[in-house]
Design a protein around this ligand. Structure first.
Ligand SMILES: [Zn+2]
Length: 114
């Protein structure tokens, strides 16, 4: 379950930030997770809750925003939603998707501390 190691990493970053700001408690955190990371939000939530139990992060409100996979057509520059295997073609001209615009995110968008 790769969500566990991801939760460990996220908690590490949060811990560092809390120390930097001399925070006593984590109230909430907002994550952005791209579809391509293949993270199950519910598993991640479960791991986060298990790992923060009994710490100053316990009970923090975890908000997970899922970011869908989007690419830009190489031919006409239309932005469109892709499947995970990049087999979707441009709905406007049938062209192939070029640059990935979103879907790789694994970011801590914001955190609330006190
Ligand atoms: Zn196109």
């Amino acid at each position: 379950m790769h969500e566990m190691s991801i939760a460990v990493n996220i908690i590490d970053i949060l811990k560092g930030e809390m120390e930097k700001h001399d925070a006593a408690r984590l109230k909430g955190v907002k994550l952005k997770i791209g579809e391509l990371t293949a993270i199950e939000p519910e598993s991640l939530r479960f791991c986060f809750e298990a790992l923060t139990e009994g710490t100053n992060m316990e009970g923090a409100a975890l908000t997970i925003e899922e970011i869908s996979l989007k690419g830009k057509c190489l031919t006409c520059n239309t932005t469109f939603k892709l499947d995970r295997y990049f087999t979707t073609l441009c709905p406007r001209c049938g062209g192939k998707p070029g640059n990935l615009i979103s879907g790789r995110e694994l970011d801590i968008e914001s955190m609330e501390i006190e």
